[in-house]
Design a protein around this ligand. Sequence first.
Ligand code: MN3
Length: 199
Amino acid sequence: MAFELPNLPYAHDALADLGMSAETMEFHHDIHHKAYVDNGNKLIAGTEWEGKSVEDIITGTYQSGAVAQSGIFNNASQHWNHVQFWEMMGPGTGSMPSELEKALVESFGSVDKFKEDFAAAGAGQFGSGWCWLVKDKDGSLRVTKTENGVNPLCFGQTALLGCDVWEHSYYIDFRNKRPAYLSNFLEKLVNWENVASRM
Ligand code: MN3
């Protein structure tokens, strides 16, 4: 099926008081995400991937490893990544559901240690990419980082939380201060209910 740009699950200015401005959303969702959708649709037209789900396209093109398919992989994965990213944030995110808190404490020792590891992964990703909280194939929770559009689907993992550390995600609001963007993301922007629902 053709990729489709979803509306944001909230208004463009809904996160402005929480550190992600309407201007960032206008560039990030309306221009960057839309470009992945439009370019992805152009690249899959007439190929074996046309009509496949975005998840199948991501895992299929990543595993194939064929250079000729890297454009399809990059655009499909970035489309999927951004759909998840918008849903993983929200205004008035509230408190962390207890089952998520319990799982984080079991896996990392404390919620603060999880946040420290997650922020370090994001800050330590050299160049563009993402940092993640994933549920691995054995059920364990792990913090990971990936380059460019690579995501947990590529490794058979479930993405519980992801943060976009491409410069387009933070340069308008935080300039070059990626660690400040990551800390703000964890403290103010994450929709922990959404994260818990993915477990
Ligand atoms: Mn982005």
